[in-house]
Design a protein around this ligand. Structure first.
Ligand code: NDP
Length: 496
């Protein structure tokens, strides 16, 4: 098969990964057949008892060593991300830092969040003590995207490992080299057992993982694929956490710091060439500050450089996305939108220059669908209430951003999304103490933070009798007089 720049191909049973900017080879990896996926899961299952048996302390030592290795070899990994996806090195550095922070937090807090503990008994069962612990599922299958090939998978993998699971990881076909690097470095610090493995290939390898009797699937990718993953997992009642797409909005209120808002908007919309699930794709700006905000955004976005080395904006990683970006821009302009920066001519494969579109109709694809490119729509609204209703009008609900003073917190609470940043953008993804995930078409379940640890563990409830029952209810040996007393007690406890 011929290798088109940036498009992964299968050659002689190997997945061939190349740079979208230069076509340079990033790596070749054997494609897993369904039996290989099954075997990897069998090996992971055999390793699961050992890994769980190490306990929090044993895992913590090993995960700390891996975290240190990630930190010390950060430049090497950033360079690999750059070569494989085209992402600028500086952006890769920021991504990897966030990923390391999550591995560190999950590792340090696993015992506190998941460890065995006593919980309070209530009066109705006062003769029993109550105990709670969170046990690992066993084997977690992780399916990842290419756009943040370190941060998004590690947001699941770091938490799943810290919770005591083993992991079989299917990286995107656009970022197998990064996935392999993560697994290889982990094997250097945990050589004893295949605790963290990788299986390579196209979408069908991800599908095979869903059918491979894993105990949970953590999926990050598009909404369409998330539905297929859930349908496949439904057959075996395998639980899933789905981190899917988004169309995040920024709201700029009249009392916002416009310089700060413009700076954050340009970065939030254009970082990683706009290929971010939580990227700002729409801005709603109140009338009084709309024009000044647009000027500031255009001035900043116009300064950004586009190219392969040392540029602010790299190539579009997935070549077929370029046609989606082109269609959104062309349609927006045809429907009355105005390009104040870029426009249809900004699409110059493998690059797309920053494009800012004003006055795009709310039913246009550029407003309703994920563009996943360095584009931004800015629409004028009468006030923040109109901005909220427009922001909330889509089936997606991943993240969002609000700039303002007096009403900013109230507006943030009204945005239908899993995460919102006030007076910044995207910040929540790096805040390891907070959960990350969406609503509606953006998926469900949470990674990161305590919820992210619990996502990869089953709660196990245990009661232990500590004395005779004052009011025996859960036995056939209760007497009619005791039933009478239960009725009285119900009135006393709950009747007012
Ligand atoms: P895709 O949905 O195309 O692919 C995601 C992963 O699923 C890839 O590894 C893919 O393999 C695999 N896959 C494809 N088909 C199947 C299948 N039938 N069964 C199981 N797995 C399958 O997404 P992209 O890789 O293009 O990533 C971009 C998307 O990810 C965007 O929508 C973005 O918003 C979203 N995303 C969401 C995030 C979040 O946290 N909410 C974070 C980052 C991205 P292959 O690549 O080989 O086809």
């Amino acid at each position: 098969m011929t290798t088109v720049t940036g498009v992964p191909t299968v050659d002689d049973g190997e997945l061939v990964s190349t740079s979208p900017a230069t076509g340079e080879l990033a790596g070749r990896f054997p494609v897993a057949e369904p039996e290989d996926v099954d075997r990897a899961v069998d090996r992971a299952r055999a390793a699961a008892d050992w890994w769980a048996g190490l306990g929090f302390a044993g895992r913590r030592t090993r995960l700390s060593r891996w975290r240190a290795m990630l930190a010390n070899r950060l430049p090497e990994l950033a360079d690999l991300c750059h070569r494989e996806t085209g992402k600028p090195v500086a952006e890769a550095v920021v991504e990897i830092l966030a990923a390391i922070e999550h591995v560190d937090w999950a590792n340090r807090n696993a015992k506190r969040v998941l460890g065995p503990r006593r919980v309070r008994s209530r009066l109705v069962l006062v003769e029993h003590s109550a105990h709670l612990e969170y046990q690992p599922y066993g084997v977690v299958g992780v399916i990842g995207p290419w756009n943040y090939p370190v941060l998004t998978p590690l947001g699941s993998i770091g938490y799943a490992l810290a919770a005591g699971n083993t992991v079989v990881f299917k990286p995107s076909e656009y970022s197998p080299a990064v996935g392999q690097w993560l697994v290889d470095t982990f094997a250097e610090v945990v050589p004893e057992q295949p605790v963290f493995q990788v299986v390579h290939g196209l979408g069908e390898v991800g599908a095979a993982l869903c059918h491979a009797r894993v105990d949970k699937v953590a999926f990050t990718g598009s909404t369409g694929t998330a539905k297929r993953v859930m349908a496949a997992c439904a057959e075996s009642l395998t639980p899933v956490v789905l981190e899917a797409g988004g169309k995040d909005a920024m709201i700029v209120d009249a009392d916002a710091d416009l310089d700060a808002a413009a700076e954050a908007c340009v970065w939030g919309a254009l970082t990683n060439a706009g290929q971010s699930c939580i990227g700002i794709e729409r801005a709603y700006v109140v009338d009084a500050v709309h024009d000044a905000f647009v000027d500031k955004v255009v001035e900043r976005a116009g300064r950004l450089t586009v190219g392969v080395d040392g540029a602010d904006i790299g190539p579009i990683t997935m070549p077929r996305q370029i046609e989606v970006i082109r269609r959104h821009i062309t349609d927006a302009v045809a429907r009355g939108g105005r390009a104040v920066l870029g426009g249809p001519e900004a699409v110059q494969p493998p690059y797309v220059r920053p494009t800012i579109l004003l006055g795009v109709p709310e039913d246009a694809d550029a407003i309703r669908e994920e563009t996943f490119g360095p584009t931004l729509t800015i629409n004028r609204v009468a006030d923040a209430d109109e901005a909220v209703s427009r922001a909330n009008a889509l089936p997606y609900g991943l993240g969002g951003s609000v700039f303002g003073r007096r009403r900013a917190t109230e507006i943030a609470a009204r945005i239908r999304a899993g995460m919102v940043a006030v007076n910044s953008t995207l910040t929540f993804v790096g805040m390891s103490t907070l959960p990350f995930g969406g609503v509606g078409d953006s998926g469900f379940g949470r990674i990161h933070g305590p919820d992210g640890l619990r996502e990869f563990a089953r709660s196990k409830a245990v009661t232990r009798r500590r004395g005779p029952s004052p009011l025996p209810a859960m036995t056939f040996e209760r007497t009619p007089a005791q039933v009478e007393r239960i009725v009285k007690m119900a009135r006393i406890l709950y009747g007012r």
